[in-house]
Design a protein around this ligand. Structure first.
Ligand code: CP
Length: 346
C-alpha cells in the first residue's frame, strides 16, 4: 500500500518546502495504490469519531483528496441533485464553509441552518429540529454541536440513506479535521513513523487534539509529545501513548512537526483564562522556539488562530507553516468524504 518511493524521499529531504504547490499532493497520489474496497465499507456508517477509520480508509481518502486537488478535471459534478444540510449549533468558518464548498463542487445543493435564526431560538429541541430536517429527505446532514455525543445520538436515529457527519461535538471529536491533518502530514513525510509531533496549548478542551491523537496513533506515528500548562493537559484516557512535557522548549527540541492549539475559552468553565502576553511568553510558538526544532520542522494549527497568544505571526506566516495548506486539504478531504458516502445511493 505505502510503497517506498525514492523520488518522494529525495524531494522531502532535499528540496525546500513547497507548501502551496501541487508537487506534494501529486507525489502522495503516486505513493499510495488505489483500492476502493475500504471506502465502500466506510459508506455504510455515520462519520462520528476519529477511531472508526482503518488505516487503509484514511490513506485512500487522502489519495482521493489529493486527486481532487491535482486532477480537477475528474470533478464532473457526480453528486448533482443531492442535498446536504449543514446544521451548525456552534460558530465555524473553516469546517462549515469547506463542507459547503466541497458539496457545491460535487454538484450538491446545500442548505444551511444554525441555532441563530432557526426555530431553536423558539425552544425547539435538537431532536425535533433533526426529525424536521430529516423529513425533507436530504442525502447528508453535517452537524456541529457544543455537547459531546450529540452527532452520534442523531446518527442512531437517522433514516437509512441519510448520512450523518460529525463536524465537531464538544471536546470529543472532529473526525474530518483529523483526516485533513493526517493528509497534511502525509504530504510532508514519507512514513508516519518518521514524525515526531508536538501538540501544544489547550489540549484538554480540544476535540482536534483528541481526534488527531487517535488517528495518528492508528497510522503508526513515531511520537506524540503533549505540552501545555497543567490545567490544559487532559487525563490519562487522552494522553495514553503520548509523552507529556511541562515546558514547550523541551517538547519542541528535535521535533519535526508542531501543532499549536488555541485556548478554547468557550469550553472552559471553572478555570481562569491565562493572561495573553504571559501565556505567549511561556507557551507561544515564536521563531526562537521553532529554531529549537528540526530545521525542516513543519507547523500546523487547526484554526482559528489567536496570533500573539499561542503562535506568533512570524511563525504562522513562515515558509514552515502548513496552516493554509491544512485549509486547502480540508476542502479536498471533505470532497473525498462526501463522494465516498453519497455516490452509491443514486
Ligand atoms: N478547525 C476548525 O474546526 O475551524 P472552524 O471552527 O472555523 O470550523
Amino acid at each position: 500500500m505505502n510503497k517506498s518511493n525514492p523520488r518522494l524521499k529525495q524531494q522531502l529531504e532535499e528540496q525546500p518546502l513547497d507548501t502551496q504547490g501541487f508537487d506534494r499532493p501529486r507525489a502522495l497520489v503516486k505513493s499510495i495504490d488505489e483500492d476502493l474496497a475500504p471506502l465502500l465499507d466506510l459508506a455504510q456508517r455515520p462519520i462520528v469519531s476519529a477511531n472508526q477509520f482503518s488505516r487503509n480508509q484514511i490513506l485512500q481518502l487522502a489519495r482521493l483528496a489529493a486527486r481532487f486537488e491535482t486532477q480537477p478535471q475528474m470533478i464532473t459534478r457526480p453528486l448533482t441533485g443531492k442535498i446536504l444540510i449543514s446544521a451548525f449549533y456552534e460558530p465555524s468558518t473553516r469546517t462549515r464553509v469547506s463542507f459547503e464548498a466541497a458539496a457545491k463542487r460535487l454538484g450538491m445543493h446545500v442548505i444551511n441552518i444554525s441555532a441563530t435564526g432557526s426555530s431553536v431560538e423558539k425552544g425547539e429541541s435538537l431532536e425535533d429540529t433533526f426529525y424536521t430536517i430529516q423529513a425533507m429527505e436530504p442525502d447528508c446532514i453535517v452537524v456541529r454541536h457544543p455537547e459531546e455525543g450529540n452527532a452520534a445520538r442523531l446518527a442512531a436515529v437517522a433514516e437509512p440513506g441519510i448520512h450523518i457527519i460529525n463536524a465537531g461535538d464538544g471536546t470529543a471529536a472532529h473526525p474530518s479535521q483529523a483526516l485533513l491533518d493526517a493528509l497534511t502530514l502525509k504530504q510532508s513525510f514519507e512514513e508516519f513513523s518518521q514524525i515526531r509531533l508536538v501538540m501544544a496549548g489547550d489540549i484538554r478542551h480540544s476535540r482536534v487534539a483528541r481526534s488527531a491523537i487517535k488517528m495518528l496513533s492508528a497510522l503508526g506515528i513515531g511520537e506524540i509529545r503533549l505540552a501545555g500548562p497543567p490545567e490544559f493537559v487532559p487525563g490519562e484516557s487522552t494522553t495514553a501513548g503520548t509523552r507529556v512535557y511541562n515546558d514547550l522548549d523541551s517538547a519542541v527540541r528535535g521535533a519535526n512537526a508542531i501543532m499549536m492549539l488555541r485556548i478554547q475559552k468557550e469550553r472552559i468553565s471553572g478555570l481562569d483564562i491565562p493572561d495573553a502576553a504571559q501565556y505567549h511568553r511561556e507557551w507561544g510558538l515564536n521563531r526562537e522556539r521553532l529554531n529549537l526544532a528540526d530545521k525542516n520542522c513543519v507547523v500546523l494549527h487547526p484554526g482559528p488562530m489567536n496570533r500573539g497568544v499561542e503562535i506568533s505571526s512570524e511563525v504562522a506566516d513562515s515558509p514552515q507553516s502548513l496552516i493554509r495548506r491544512q485549509v486547502r486539504n480540508g476542502l479536498h478531504t471533505r470532497m473525498a468524504l462526501l463522494l465516498t458516502l453519497t455516490r452509491r445511493q443514486a
